[in-house]
Design a protein around this ligand. Structure first.
Ligand SMILES: Nc1nc2c(ncn2[C@@H]2O[C@H](COP(=O)(O)OP(=O)(O)OP(=O)(O)O)[C@@H](O)[C@H]2O)c(=O)[nH]1
Ligand SMILES: [Mg+2]
Length: 266
C-alpha cells in the first residue's frame, strides 16, 4: 500500500487542533528522549526560513505494539476520532490511521499502524513493522505481566528496523483504573523498563482522554525534529518550499486514505 503526496496534490488546511507551535513537554524527566523546554534555535530558524527540504512532504510511520487488550486501538481512536468503546474488539492483523500536523508552520504527517496483540495474528502484524520511525510499546498500568512483555515486543519490532534511526515510547494505558498509590508503585518499575529500553515513558487514559493529545503531539514533534535534523545534515538542502507551493483549498486526503484490514494467519 502506498501514499502518493505529489506536488500536484491539494490538501485541506491542517486541523486547528493539530497545530504545534511550542515544544510539547515530556511526561517524566526520568525517562524522556530529551528534556529540552523549547525548540532549538537551529530547528526554529530552519522552519522560519523554510529550509526544511522534504520534511514537509514526509509521512512518518509509527507502529503501535503490545499485548492483547492493553488498549492500543482505543488509544488511537481517542486521538484520531475522539471516541472510546468500552467493548473489546480484537484487532485482526493491522489497521492504520493518518494524522496530519503542522509543526512550526511545516506540514508533517504520521501514519499510525495499529497492530494485533493476539498471538495468532502476530505473524501477519509483524510484516508491517518495517520502515517505522517510531515504535510505541503499550502496556496496561494495572497488569504487570503486560509491562514485563514489553521487552519482547521491542525485540520483535527491532528485528525489522534500523535501531539507530528509531524513537521508542513506552506507554501505560488505563490510568483511570489505577489508584494514585497503585499507580505510583507501578510507575517506578515502568520508568526502569523505559530507561533500559532508552524509551520515553508516558501514562494516560483513553477513557478520560488524560494525556492522549499531549502524548501524540510529543510523538509527532520528536519525529519531526529527527527528520529535520537529518535533513539539515545533508548538504545542499534544496528549498523545495520556494519551488512548490501547496494549494490548500480542496480535496481531502482522508478520501484517499484507505483502510486496510487483513485476515490471517493461523
Ligand atoms: N478503563 C479503561 N479501559 C480501557 C482503556 N483503554 C482501553 N480500554 C478497554 O480495554 C479493552 C481493550 O482495548 P483495545 O484498545 O481494543 O485493546 P488492543 O490493545 O487494541 O487489543 P488487540 O487489538 O487485541 O491487540 C476494551 O474493552 C477497552 O474498552 C482505558 O484507558 N481505560
Ligand atoms: Mg486493537
Amino acid at each position: 500500500m502506498s501514499y502518493r503526496v505529489s506536488s500536484m496534490s491539494v490538501l485541506p488546511p491542517v486541523r486547528k487542533d493539530r497545530i504545534i507551535a511550542e515544544l510539547p513537554k515530556c511526561y517524566s524527566k526520568d525517562a524522556a528522549l530529551h528534556t529540552k523546554d523549547e525548540f532549538t534555535k537551529k530547528v526554529r530558524t530552519a522552519c522560519q526560513e523554510q529550509r526544511t527540504g522534504t520534511v514537509g512532504f514526509k509521512i512518518s510511520k509509527v507502529i503501535v505494539v503490545g499485548d492483547l487488550a492493553v488498549g492500543k486501538t482505543c488509544l488511537i481512536n481517542r486521538f484520531c476520532k475522539d471516541a472510546f468503546d468500552k467493548n473489546y474488539k480484537a484487532t485482526i492483523g493491522v489497521d492504520f490511521e493518518m494524522e496530519r500536523f503542522e509543526v512550526l508552520g511545516v506540514p508533517f504527517s504520521l501514519q499510525l499502524w495499529d497492530t494485533a496483540g493476539q498471538e495468532r495474528f502476530k505473524c501477519i502484524a509483524s510484516t508491517y513493522y518495517r520502515g517505522a520511525q517510531t515504535v510505541i510499546i503499550v502496556f496496561d498500568v494495572n497488569d504487570v505481566a503486560s509491562l514485563s512483555h514489553t521487552k519482547q515486543w521491542l525485540i520483535d519490532a527491532m528485528k525489522e528496523n534500523d535501531p539507530t534511526n528509531i524513537q521508542i515510547f513506552l506507554v501505560g494505558t488505563k490510568k483511570d483504573l489505577s489508584s494514585p498509590a497503585q499507580y505510583a508503585l507501578m510507575e517506578k518499575d515502568a520508568i526502569k523498563v523505559a530507561q533500559e529500553m532508552k524509551a520515553e515513558y508516558w501514562a494516560l487514559s483513553s477513557l478520560t482522554g488524560e494525556n492522549v493529545k499531549e502524548f501524540f503531539f510529543r510523538v509527532a514533534t520528536l519525529a519531526f525534529e529527527a527528520n529535520l535534523l537529518a535533513e539539515l545534515e545533508k548538504s545542499g538542502t534544496r528549498q523545495i518550499a520556494d519551488i512548490v507551493k501547496i494549494n490548500s483549498n480542496s480535496n481531502n486526503l482522508n478520501a484517499a486514505s484507505k483502510k486496510k484490514q487483513t485476515n490471517c494467519c493461523q
